[in-house]
Design a protein around this ligand. Structure first.
Ligand code: 5GP
Ligand code: MN
Length: 320
């Protein structure tokens, strides 16, 4: 069984590197830190490598020990968390590739099974929820610190327990962590409610640009590099969800200029459109109702391509 193999590999490894996807969210950072704290508990020589992340997550325990780079060329073991594709490993895929053994723990529907051992459950609402099973199998004590990281992952990836991915086990998991002293309202406020002023300014720009297309079934907005410079903010987390919340919208599209003629796409759907399928066409992937990818081209061309692909998917389903 994969879990037995994972247990064995972790037990025998001395130096371990933990990696996660680029532009890491609360689940990526929360599961990486929970794994880090757990492996430290086992006395492992472990690095958690996350080059850049939003200051929203600075409150998490042990963020001071996050490294921007690995220390070793060939780790005994590399563990990728919350990452569906090796290309998204923060530009640090080489630490993964050169490691003697590679493990992936994840919940992305379009996971490419890129590790030696892949512990992947696409029905789980967050990687953090899968991780607790692994930590328990390793007899790691679920401390308040570990619980805070895990619950942050679940709260981020479920929008505060409101997405359809939430299951009875999600609440059982939350109840268990609360009983360890984890402060759910504090996490909720820090992760979902409090926005730095510069992030609010960036959000305002995006909101002002929202267009409702295709009879209001598609919401579209974007942010340029200039906007990020002007607001001194590159934290666009949450922008794409604003469009999805508008009544009648099936798919929300958010484009972010990463360099000239290259745009990162974020898609969200409300009910039945599988946006992961759409993003697979654009070098990306994700989940049924939240996915991302990248498109090259001028803004107008990129906008036209992504809008028409979303329209096609909405029409196909409406005609079924
Ligand atoms: P977001 O829109 O918040 O950046 O990402 C939504 C979901 O899609 C997340 O689970 C994220 O990991 C996944 N995702 C975003 N961009 C990509 C991408 O370029 N490739 C893949 N495989 N997944 C992505
Ligand atoms: Mn996740």
């Amino acid at each position: 069984m994969t879990l037995d193999n994972i247990k064995e590999e972790i037990c025998s490894a001395k130096n371990i590197v933990i990696l996660t996807h680029d532009v890491p969210d609360g689940d990526a950072i929360g599961s990486s830190l929970a794994m880090y704290i757990g492996l430290k508990q086992l006395g492992k020589d472990v690095d958690v490598v996350i080059p850049k992340y939003s200051k929203t997550y600075k409150f998490l325990p042990f963020t001071d020990e996050i490294k921007e780079k690995g220390r070793v060329e060939n780790y005994d073991l590399a563990i990728a968390l919350d990452c569906g594709d090796i290309k998204r490993l923060n530009g640090f895929a080489s630490y993964f590739e050169y490691a003697n053994c590679k493990i992936s723990i994840d919940h992305h529907e379009a996971n490419t099974m890129f590790a030696d051992y892949n512990f992947v459950d696409p029905t789980a609402p967050a990687c953090s929820q899968i991780l607790i099973t692994v930590l328990k199998a390793l007899k790691i004590e679920i401390t308040k610190d570990i619980g805070t990281c895990l619950l942050t992952g679940v709260i981020t990836d479920t929008g505060g327990f409101k997405y359809k991915s939430v299951k009875p086990e999600t609440f059982e998991f939350a109840a268990e962590l609360l009983s360890k002293g984890v402060n759910v309202s504090d996490i909720y406020r820090k992760v979902l409610q409090s926005i730095p002023v510069e992030k609010f300014e960036l959000r305002k720009i995006a909101i002002n640009r929202i267009e409702l297309l295709e009879d209001g079934k598609i919401s579209f907005t974007y942010i340029t590099k200039k906007d990020e410079e002007q607001t001194k903010c590159d934290d666009h987390d949450g922008i794409v969800e604003i469009g999805r919340d508008i009544e009648g919208v099936e798919v929300s599209i958010f484009l972010r200029e990463v360099e000239e003629d290259t745009y990162k796409i974020s898609l969200r759907s409300n009910d039945y459109v599988n946006v992961s399928d759409i993003c697979l066409l654009f070098n990306g992937g994700g989940h049924m109702r939240a996915a991302g990818g990248t498109i090259n081209g001028t803004f107008d061309k990129v906008k036209e391509r992504i809008v028409s692909e979303c329209k096609k998917h909405i029409d196909t389903i409406s005609n079924e």
